[in-house]
Design a protein around this ligand. Structure first.
Ligand SMILES: C[S@@+](CC[C@H](N)C(=O)[O-])C[C@H]1O[C@@H](n2cnc3c(N)ncnc32)[C@H](O)[C@@H]1O
Ligand code: SF4
Length: 386
């Protein structure tokens, strides 16, 4: 695609890899450091990596920027501003670009919201996780429910758009308790909510507790009931699911995450960031060094921290389209799959999955996973990709 023709969205992901403490369920690339982080040094490295990436994919118009972590709300507003300036020096940032920052909802972090807004951030995503203090302690969180709701109120006053995350299907959680907690959350929600079922990630403290039977998750039936209740309650409140775990007022979806799910183009900046970029007509998967200090040194010597830079075959791209696109309520365009894979999806498999009620074809010919299919999404994707 010629650069001048590029009307499609392009996103920039920036990873801040530090947290004040490590939550026992989390396996994101996040690290706790005793010493203060040298933020100007990170600004210089982010700037260098942005320049190096822009040299490979010049002329893009940035439609979304996402500061993820880790805990990006530990970044000084000046650090966020400097990264945004660097992005604007090397690419064109669309006037209506969505610029999101992930924040932990403590009172200290809320005091930085005004500075983020002045720097150009126009959307925050808060990790509230639960509205129950006992659960927050169990999840190793450093904030209370009150503090989290206060941070949500500051976000509501300060930004055009905000979202928050909750984790459900937690040990001991009943359907009634979740319904009540979700109702309280919906009363505070704006246009968007992310609701994740607790996942046991390998090599986390929760994985060890789970393995020894000290942490017991809801069984499959209860998990299904919790998921159904979530879909129903959010839809009734005007925030239908547009992705497996994401709910929004139509039109208020997270545009950055849509770039991933629609298999669009995005650059990954910072330690452990992933990207999908198109260089000389070839789609490439990139990833950077994960360890923050090693990433810094690499950028300072080589000008970038990229450790993976693989051309994706058309089959790999077709598989990614299924894997990402079928997470969305809108599903995928089978013609796009066929153009990538060089063959159509197997009609027999689609018919069998549709017979079980797991997928359906819409009036305009898109293939999507149904409500009963979402709980078995991985199996559906594996079947279609086989
Ligand atoms: C990058 S993380 C966290 C952002 C921010 N540091 C925070 O904790 O508030 C994004 C979200 O993933 C979710 N998450 C992380 N680990 C999870 C797990 N094991 N199971 C379910 N959700 C998880 C949490 O809801 C979290 O807010
Ligand atoms: S959940 Fe958020 S605060 Fe907790 S360790 Fe992971 S990234 Fe850090």
């Amino acid at each position: 695609m010629a650069d001048a023709d590029r009307a499609t969205p392009f996103g920039v992901y920036v990873h801040w890899p530090f947290c004040l403490s490590k939550c026992p369920y989390c396996d994101f690339n996040s690290h706790v450091r005793q010493a203060a982080i040298d933020q100007p040094r990170y600004v210089a490295a982010f700037t260098a990596e942005i320049a190096a990436t822009a040299a490979r994919i010049p002329g893009r118009t940035v439609s979304t920027i996402f500061f993820g972590g880790g805990t990006p709300s530990l970044m000084a507003p000046a650090t966020v501003g400097a990264v945004l300036d660097a992005i604007a020096r090397h690419w064109t940032v669309a006037p209506d670009a969505e610029i999101t920052l992930e924040a932990n909802p403590s009172s200290v972090e809320a005091t930085r919201f005004r500075g983020y807004r002045a720097a150009g951030v126009n959307r925050v995503s808060l990790g509230v996780q639960s509205l129950d203090d006992a659960v927050l302690r169990q999840l190793g969180r450093l904030h209370t429910a009150r503090e989290a709701l206060d941070a949500v109120a500051v976000a509501r006053a300060m930004f055009e758009r905000y979202s928050f995350d909750l984790i459900y299907a937690r040990p001991g959680q009943t359907l009634t308790a979740w319904r009540n907690e979700l109702a309280a959350a919906l009363a505070q929600a704006g246009e968007h909510l992310s609701l994740y079922q607790l996942t046991i990630e390998p090599e986390t403290p929760f994985a060890a507790l789970h393995a020894t039977g000290k942490l017991v998750l809801p069984d499959d039936d209860l998990g299904r009931d919790l998921y159904d209740a979530t879909l129903e309650q959010c839809a009734t409140a005007g925030l239908p699911a547009y992705e497996v775990s994401n709910h929004a007022r139509p039109g208020a979806e997270c545009r950055h995450n849509l770039v991933y799910w629609r298999a669009g183009e995005y650059a990954g900046i910072g330690p452990g960031a992933h990207g999908r970029i198109e260089v000389d007509g070839v789609r490439r998967a990139t990833a950077t060094e994960k360890r923050p200090e090693a990433w810094l040194m690499r950028v300072e010597t080589a000008g970038h921290g990229v450790t993976v830079d693989d051309a994706l075959s058309r089959d790999e791209q077709a598989d990614e389209l299924l894997l990402m696109g079928l997470r969305l309520a809108e599903g995928i365009d089978p013609a796009r799959y066929a153009a990538l894979a060089g063959r159509r999806l197997d009609t027999g498999r689609i018919a069998a999955l549709a017979g079980h009620g797991f997928v359906e074809t819409t009036a305009d010919g898109r293939l999507r996973v149904t409500r009963s299919g979402f709980p078995v999404l991985d199996a559906v994707v594996a079947d279609l990709a086989a």
